[in-house]
Design a protein around this ligand. Structure first.
Ligand SMILES: [Zn+2]
Ligand SMILES: [Zn+2]
Length: 151
């Protein structure tokens, strides 16, 4: 299990991703595809991000087309991190260039509990980010926090 973090500020910009799938297959919310230096994730992940409003964002007839600049920003530091593609003339997905993000692997011991906290208890993004900070720098504190939140 992995998640994507902003390379600039480490904010968690995707929900937890479980399975890597080949490029031609349809993405579900927990899938990702890796090809040519880009990660592809499900369109619903855009709710973790902020829309860029300035400049020409290459809008198609009903959504963003595949060409054009990164149109989704890190909600924490406002740096462009991804492009939403959501027009009817193409598949729908979010393309994340690998140079804008870090791919963080969740240690096996924490996967089930953290997935539960995010998807079943639906903890706020802020809280999940605090947990990710503990996970990376202070696993003992993470254990305490998980026990507290699960109680
Ligand atoms: Zn950021
Ligand atoms: Zn369209």
């Amino acid at each position: 299990m992995i998640y994507l973090a902003c390379k600039n500020c480490h904010w968690k910009i995707s929900s937890f991703l479980i399975q890597e799938i080949p490029i031609k297959e349809e993405l579900t919310q927990t899938d990702f595809t890796l090809e040519n230096g880009n990660l592809y994730i499900h369109l619903s992940q855009s709710k973790q991000l902020t829309y860029r409003t300035k400049g020409d964002m290459n809008y198609g007839c009903c959504g963003y087309n595949a060409e054009g600049p990164l149109n989704l920003l890190c909600p924490c530091c406002q740096i462009p991190v991804a492009r939403e593609v959501s027009d009817c003339c193409s598949d729908h997905y979010i393309r994340v260039p690998q140079e804008t993000i870090q791919t963080i692997t969740v240690p096996l011991a924490w996967q089930e509990k953290l997935f539960y906290l995010e998807n079943s208890l639906k903890l706020p993004t802020q809280t999940m980010n605090e947990l990710m900070t503990w996970m990376r720098w202070n696993p003992k504190e993470l254990k305490k926090q998980i026990q507290r939140l699960s109680a």
